[in-house]
Design a protein around this ligand. Structure first.
Ligand SMILES: [Fe+2]
Ligand SMILES: [Fe+2]
Length: 169
């Protein structure tokens, strides 16, 4: 039903989404190390969403009877020079993924693979949303400046990104 080329490209996207998931765990860890618990929470949640994205590709490949293959996930950056640099890295990550999703959609159209194009439409819309929210966050970080990052924390907490209490054992 779908070509080997498309199967390969969808399997590659599983790796890209898992790479995003790992990158956001590392970024959340960096924010936590600075005591920025709401920013950490926001990126831990984003990491979970990226894993869900990877699983959407896994499930689609299974639905169309194609082999799931998960290649090695590249290293991610764990140390950043500033909060702004960290959030800017997240925006760059989302811009890369947007280009990848667009390339997948172009391939689906080339191959007249309308089932995969329909599946990919959700990701096209999701990337618009993710670019918007991470751009907004970067703008906020720049407005606050390095001395007032706690204002960013307050804003995120009002948006529902409450720091998680670690479970007591
Ligand atoms: Fe994603
Ligand atoms: Fe994303």
């Amino acid at each position: 039903m779908i070509s080997n080329k498309m199967t390969g490209a969808l399997n590659e996207q599983i790796v890209h989404e898992l790479h995003s998931s790992n990158a956001y765990i590392a970024l959340a860890g960096y924010f936590d190390s600075l005591g920025l618990k709401a920013l950490a929470r926001r990126f831990f949640i984003q990491s979970d969403e990226e894993r869900d994205h990877a699983m959407k590709f896994v499930n689609y490949l299974m639905d169309v009877g194609q082999q799931v293959q998960v290649a090695a996930i590249p290293d991610t950056k764990s140390v950043f020079a500033s909060v702004e640099e960290g959030v800017a890295a997240a925006l760059e990550q989302e811009e890369r993924v947007t280009a990848q999703i667009n390339d997948l959609m172009a391939l689906a159209h080339d191959e007249k693979d309308y089932a995969t194009a329909s599946f990919l439409q959700w990701f096209i819309d999701e990337q618009v949303e993710e670019i918007a929210t991470v751009s907004e966050l970067l703008q906020l970080v720049r407005l606050a400046g390095p001395d007032r990052v706690l204002m960013v924390e307050e804003r995120l907490m009002r948006m529902g990104f409450e720091p998680v209490q670690k479970p007591t054992e």
